[in-house]
Design a protein around this ligand. Sequence first.
Ligand code: B12
Ligand code: SF4
Length: 477
Amino acid sequence: MINTIFPFWHKKQSDAKTTDYKKFKLSMSFYSPDGNALSMPLACLSAYVKKHRPNTQITMAEINITLNSEEHTVDGFIQRVMSQQPDLIAFSCMSPHWISLDPYLQALKKSLPKLPILIGGYQAILAPEETLAHPCVDYICVGDGEEPLVQLIQHLSGESSSIINGLWMKTPDGKIIKSSPILTEDFSNLPFPDYSIYEQNGSLRGLGLSIFGPQNLFVLPVMTGRGCPYRCTYCCNTPLLEKYRGNGTYLRKYNPEHLVEELCRLKELYRVDYFEFWDELFLSNMKFAMTFLELYRKQVCLPFSINSRVEKMDEKFCYKARDAGCHTIWFGIESGSEKYRQQFLGRKMTNAQILGAAENARKAGIRRLTFNIVGMPFETKENMLETLTLNQVIKPEFFFFFPYIPLRGTPLYEVVFKANLLIEQVAGDYQEGLREGVFKLNIKEHDTGISSIGFQEVCIAMKNFQLENNRLDLNGL
Ligand code: B12
Ligand code: SF4
């Protein structure tokens, strides 16, 4: 019975003479289309595995395609993994990168047929059937990965044979064993992310850890917690919030005192110049934010950036954040059309609120980075131009726009699906248009939406605005 449920149990038993069960080699990987060399989920998982299964040796085999080095081609990747001789390879995968990952998975299974392949992250969480149906994939993680990963390592080491909560797996005869997702609830015992897996020659410098941070400073991405209370229709937070509805612990934060201690430790250890907070919403818990900022101001004393919502950016907050060292606030406008935003994106803020929030930040001396999405279903050329106009009024220090990608599991994906607007393959690289100057819709052209030609025209106007406008300098640091 056990052997049928757990395909690799068998392998470990038969290899017993040659395998030292005390040691376990885990390779971790992720696909990066934009040069970013840090996957926060893998840093979190590494810390947890090292705490709960200390004799695990963790190595990285990331696929960073912009580096143009042999190491990141399919062959180079396989060589790297083979040299690490892992007992398990674990990928963190976002949905837009799933198709690009395919040749790597195929080559891996061909070269190392006995190596178990585990996929976690939003691809596995929101499209579990599709992900496990891939012929090369053995396990998927359908929720938070900390505990399931440790349990899988124990299982593959022959230390446990129980069903692994939070993982789905394939039996050798192709059956699928499912279990419920796990939400890591208690952050008080959760170790902070482990950055050491990314170190090269004992350092993190020069690796490209931040996309939007000041280029001439050492910027370290960090997080204060996970989860967001809003329900934007295009965002994967929405199906997760729905999944964990009624579970009061979905919005999770670290203890502010412990977090500040950790930031001081990181500052010292890596000689950090600037922290970039990657939480989807830094201000998901205002009481936490105020306590944290006060401690940060007194003890950390470094500039930082955060992700926010305009509803939270009142004058009081902006001055408080500025006093603590806030250099830049990132916030989503997404669409400049109030009507489109409310009807299709589930974002109820008014344009007056957006302008007010942007002005509050400016008055407090905080730089503004706006996120905008273009090419969404039923978005017209006029709607897209409204997005450009609103940004031209605000003149954010950094204007960013992304072509919309339908993300499975989200309400807007359903709209695209029902209107038969899905295309076979979306662009895996969201920055390609900006680099090449050629912008492509990630949904089908339709009568009530913008045409491909109109999309290209407005995107070029946006790119020009970006070039003329962006000035995220370091003045005031
Ligand atoms: C910070 C962030 C960024 C940063 C940094 C990205 C990076 N290099 O990691 C920036 C701004 C650069 C960015 C860019 C992009 N992002 Co982003 N980003 C986020 C954000 C806000 C936080 C992600 C994070 O680190 N969370 C903290 C970790 C610890 O939590 P977690 O990811 O949930 O991980 C847990 C589980 O998922 C699971 N797990 C995850 N991986 C694995 C692997 C294994 C083996 C296991 C067992 C478990 C497991 O266990 C983890 C720990 O419990 C999320 C929003 C969100 N709601 O999460 C979006 C989000 C991840 N991004 C998203 C997208 C789409 C992108 C882009 C592709 C943009 C685009 N327009 O298309 C690019 C891709 C860039 C890249 N290099 O890959 C989507 C992904 C959706 C999806 N279905 O895949 C999200 C969810 C936002 C959204 N729109 O819904 N992003
Ligand atoms: S506010 Fe941001 S993280 Fe929250 S649901 Fe909206 S897009 Fe997602």
